[in-house]
Design a protein around this ligand. Structure first.
Ligand code: HPA
Ligand SMILES: [Zn+2]
Length: 329
């Protein structure tokens, strides 16, 4: 059994496996411009973040009904549970669905149906995080948050994703202020392709509690010192970083150096259907390539629960942490 862990950086649309994409396309009377799942999978060679995003947005067009979103989340939760995930904080991209005429209520209700039964069915607890697309306008982000108002019982926080370079966090100051007023937790992707300065902006302007990726923080020693001192978690995604060429090869990934610098890093799968592995696959691959010791793997698992938004369920967090300490390799 893999070590118990929380997954804190996971885009539900990025769990759409080619086979399920074909199933949903057929169910909705849509045609995909690929002969079969194998031909589609052969397209999963990316030059950078944008080349991945192009396919990611194209393929998620098969998601149309509440049932589609339930089936998508159900498939992820089953796979995650098998990989030792006990708690998942799941991103979704409503603007990409709203743009296709799929209402917010359809997306949230569909996801919530799978998430609500996951503790019983899979032994996995969850939170839902609404992401704004940073390559759409701040006005569109504000409209999206307004559209989510009736569903905030299901939503724990907001995030910021999509094409990073040239779309700094500071553009989204107002909508993050509104999210804070609504009692939502705040995270943002920063320092994946964008500079360390975007990590600073996410902290200072958006008030985020965690940084998603944060890889390029290592270019700025004063920022690293600040992240260590304030114990700001970084949700690192090793296989994603290799596939999107943020790092050349896994053995050159800064994860080990980040851990040794005292950063609160966690290991996550980002878009596992596209990047070649789920949570435990990422942890194993990173541990092997970087020769992480058992103590370091246990620390990563501990970090994942400590960095989670389980502040409203401290007993549960304590129980998960106890499982991590009791785990034998
Ligand atoms: O890795 C990512 N980075 C930015 N946006 C995204 N949207 C899905 N996955 C990603
Ligand atoms: Zn991501």
């Amino acid at each position: 059994m893999p070590i118990p862990k929380a997954e804190l950086h996971l885009h539900i649309e990025g769990t759409l496996e080619p086979e399920l994409a074909f199933t949903l396309a057929a169910r909705n009377g849509l045609a995909l411009p690929y002969a079969d799942a194998e031909e589609l999978r052969a397209r999963y060679r990316f030059q950078d973040l944008q080349s991945f995003l192009d396919l990611y947005y194209e393929l998620m067009a098969v998601l149309r009904t509440e049932e589609d979103f339930t089936d998508l989340a159900e498939a992820y939760l089953a796979r995650a549970a098998a990989q030792g995930v006990r708690h998942a904080e799941i991103f979704f991209d409503p603007q990409a669905h709203l743009a296709r005429g799929v209402p917010m209520g359809t997306v949230v209700a569909g996801l919530a149906r799978a998430l609500d039964r996951a503790p019983e069915r899979h032994g996995v607890t969850t939170r839902l995080i609404l992401c704004f697309l940073r390559d759409a306008s701040p006005e569109s982000a504000a409209e999206t948050l307004a559209a989510a108002r009736p569903y905030l019982d299901h939503i724990t926080g907001v995030g910021l994703d999509s094409a990073e370079a040239g779309n700094p966090p500071s553009l989204f100051r107002a909508v993050y202020e509104e999210a804070a007023r609504l009692g939502l937790r705040r995270v943002a992707h920063a320092g994946e392709e964008g500079p360390a300065a975007y990590v600073r902006e996410a902290l200072d302007v958006l008030g985020v509690e965690r940084i998603d990726h944060g890889l390029r923080s290592v270019e700025d020693p004063a920022l690293v010192e600040r992240l260590v001192r304030a114990r700001v978690p970084l949700t690192v995604c090793p296989l994603s970083n290799v596939r999107l060429r943020a790092v050349d090869v896994l053995s050159a990934h800064p994860l080990r150096a980040m851990l040794e610098a005292g950063l609160v890093v966690t290991v996550n799968s980002d878009d596992p259907a596209y990047f070649g592995g789920y949570a435990e696959d990422n942890l194993r691959a990173a541990a092997d390539a970087l020769r992480l010791g058992e103590d370091q793997v246990r620390l990563l698992a501990r970090n994942s629960f400590e960095a989670s938004f389980l502040d409203d369920a401290e007993d549960l967090r304590a129980a998960y942490l106890a499982e991590v300490e009791a785990y034998t390799f």
